[in-house]
Design a protein around this ligand. Sequence first.
Ligand SMILES: NC(=O)c1ccc[n+]([C@@H]2O[C@H](COP(=O)([O-])OP(=O)(O)OC[C@H]3O[C@@H](n4cnc5c(N)ncnc54)[C@H](OP(=O)(O)O)[C@@H]3O)[C@@H](O)[C@H]2O)c1
Length: 353
Amino acid sequence: MTKIALLGATGSIGRQALEIVEAHPELELVAAASGSQSIDGLAPLTQVGGDLTELLERAQPDVVLNAVVGFAGLPATLWALEHGTTLALANKESLVAAGALALDAQERGGGLLLPVDSEHSAAFQCLEGRTSDQVDTLVLTGSGGPFRGRTRDDLEDVTPDEALAHPTWNMGPKITVDSATLANKGLELIEAHFLFGLPYERIEVVLQPTSIVHALIRFRDGASLAHLGYPDMRVPISFALAYPERSATPVPPLDFAQGLVLEFEPPDLDTFPLLALARRAGEQGGTYPCAFNAANEVAVAAFLAGRLPFLGIAATVEEALSEVDGASARDLGDLVEADAGARRLAEKGLSVA
Ligand SMILES: NC(=O)c1ccc[n+]([C@@H]2O[C@H](COP(=O)([O-])OP(=O)(O)OC[C@H]3O[C@@H](n4cnc5c(N)ncnc54)[C@H](OP(=O)(O)O)[C@@H]3O)[C@@H](O)[C@H]2O)c1
């Protein structure tokens, strides 16, 4: 039996993870957490909000599936890595914000870090444990979101409802808006840098609008390996929970009789500046990625609440990043301070806008 703690059990990833756990008797849900919704009876141990590491201490799981949204997932990520407990990580924001600290914690803990983000799960599978020196480039694919092909003028008045209408993935609201701005690809770029130990110039982003190709690795010998499948998060969730086995899922295999469109195009960095801003924050290092994430969380929440226009999300993040000092964090306390500082700057930008 594998004892699972599911954090973010009421969310999009959380609900799909419950489906996978229910279908597999060898997976035992020992603990579950949400942010505010009641989850009484979902697992022997449950917790709503608060410090999720207290729940993990009580549960002592074999695997932590971190599907909390945002920086709030960070203490649980660090707890799992520090304790050598397998971490199935959907909460990309924690690795983006705390990359260096998280890798140090993993080295001390010695446990597995299995990405649940579909692109990173795909890349992990293509790499099969090969080290970064055998890799030429990692290619992260993205659908381009609902506004692919639009100009900045077209985006001036788009509403949250339009931004939430993702063409290929059905996800929680924050990541869906991040997909529409391409901030999600930016977060994924930084996530990939830390997960696979590749410098930013060897990680490329390309759009593949049908979301069939999830990632591609170009190796130094000229071969490229890609990971293909229908866009369905149950596949990477199942991969992480069953690792190193592969379990059956209800997701059908690719059907070539129905035809597959596999076109690729470069992202439009002028219309969607958050991808380039994330790349720069990643390259600057220190707490710049943490600040990028914090300002983006504030701006996305303001957009969803009708307090900020769509194009204001990138403007708010850019402004906040220009004011932070980006100094490296020595510990979680430093990081929490950097996160709070960037949030304050972003909020200040909102009140001026
Ligand atoms: N959805 C996808 O397909 C997808 C794909 C790749 C990666 N991801 C990543 O997976 C994570 C979750 O995404 P999602 O789409 O599942 O989000 P979601 O549907 O918004 O769900 C978020 C979950 O986090 C919980 N939560 C929020 N704040 C919390 C807090 N302070 N403490 C504890 N729990 C908290 C929520 O609980 P309440 O319901 O009680 O608020 C909910 O269970 C994100 O990092 C996202 O980037 C998602």
